[in-house]
Design a protein around this ligand. Sequence first.
Ligand code: 5AD
Length: 501
Amino acid sequence: MQHFAIVTFGCQMNQHDSDRIAEVLRGAGLSQVPEPEAADFVLLNTCSVREKAEQKLRSEVGRLGVLKRERPGLVIGVAGCVAQQEGERLLKKLPQIDLMIGPDNIPELPALLADCEAGGPPRVRAEFDLAAPSFLAHNLAQGPALGSPSSAGRSTSAFVTVMKGCNERCSFCIVPYTRGPERYRPAREILEEIAQLTQVGVREVTLLGQTVNSYTDPSASFAPAAGERASDWQHTAHERARADESEFPELLHAIARRAPKLARLRYTSPHPHHLTRSLIRAHRELDVLSRHVHMPVQSGSDRILKRMIRRYTVAEYLERVTALQGAVPGLTLSTDIIVGFPGETRSDFEQTLDLVARAGFVGVFAFKYSERPFTPALKLGDDVPESEKSARLAELFEVSNAIRQRYLSSLEGSELSVLVEGRGKGGQWGGRSERNEIVHFSSPHELAGRLVQVRIVRANKNSLLGELAETVDALAPAEFAASVAEPMAAKPLRRLPLSPV
Ligand code: 5AD
């Protein structure tokens, strides 16, 4: 077996997993090819949060099955949430699959592949690593991945996992089932990985976790915060607010101390519960923290939030994000919303529209509710007709797009600090502002990985067009170049999804 290909479905977390899987396989001597047609081993890395993941998987496996008839040696594997969720059951339905591997079993992949090659029945490994959780880190000993340009080894921006699993029990969500209970990565490992990434030129880190801001260091390295933490919320009882505190703010401070070259620090996805006074203080104190936060709200109706088991009210959510925006002027918010949750009336939905306007979300990721296996909401039925869900989704996007457009237009004429990611198709440079807006501009200079000032001349639908507002010396090395061993691979631009992905 020589060549592998990975097909990734779903979110950033899954893309990050795919990149780490690729490193594990390369470490075992295989090389990556972009197309399944050229591979001996194809791994489908699945996501089951929203989409009818199994249907998608079926059609992909069907397509690969045709290849397999021509090349019986082709090994088909399934990783990620569907593997965890379905395991043996899926093997019975889709006999073309040779191996299934859950998110916590990735390091075992080379051994499983060797078993497959030796013949024998299909293999399933989908056990949570509860006793000794492990976290896949970037393997910086390997160069940038061929065919996987998003691999962060030599690019501007990288994801770093800080925790996995979820202890919340949101009634719509399959994640606690597919990713297991919360497990946290030791702070020293996180700090070490980030320090190493900045050594090879990474300038922006996004901390990843299903409820990233519930982070608590399992190795208890953080000194207890001095004195009582302030938790004087009007809409949250004192005891509850104290229980919401975590060590995430301490982690952010520790990262800022350990990686002073880091230009930007982001995190996703937080839970509103852990948007605590101390996290707000960290935002005020740490310049490296992005002035944009994605804070999923899911609904603007207290009745629906209760049925969703989100454990906060609209007033509580608003009080916390308003406090955050008060502490960090100009901070923007984006959110996730589900429309058509069981029992959602027109009036509930209108409260959601109202909240979107009040909170002024500059990005709304909205989804039609879909029933997921093993979730508590299954017993509520799925009573909002599909046509109504679609109509609500369209209405929500109309409202949120108008807010976004107004916001982007308000940036015309201003100067933004842009972290340059790479050149787009038309040869223009593209990057992200501090608040995560996509900015394009032209320059003949080599700017990948640099922070530059860009004057915004026009707001497009989902991005900004600007011109360089500073003189860049083409010959001057980038600020970090002294510590960069090899030139960075320019990263193709990510699209900011504004509609269901
Ligand atoms: N139906 C629709 N959307 C869902 N999400 C999670 N589960 C479901 C579901 N069953 C959405 C939530 C979450 C995002 C990652 O996906 O908005 O924040």
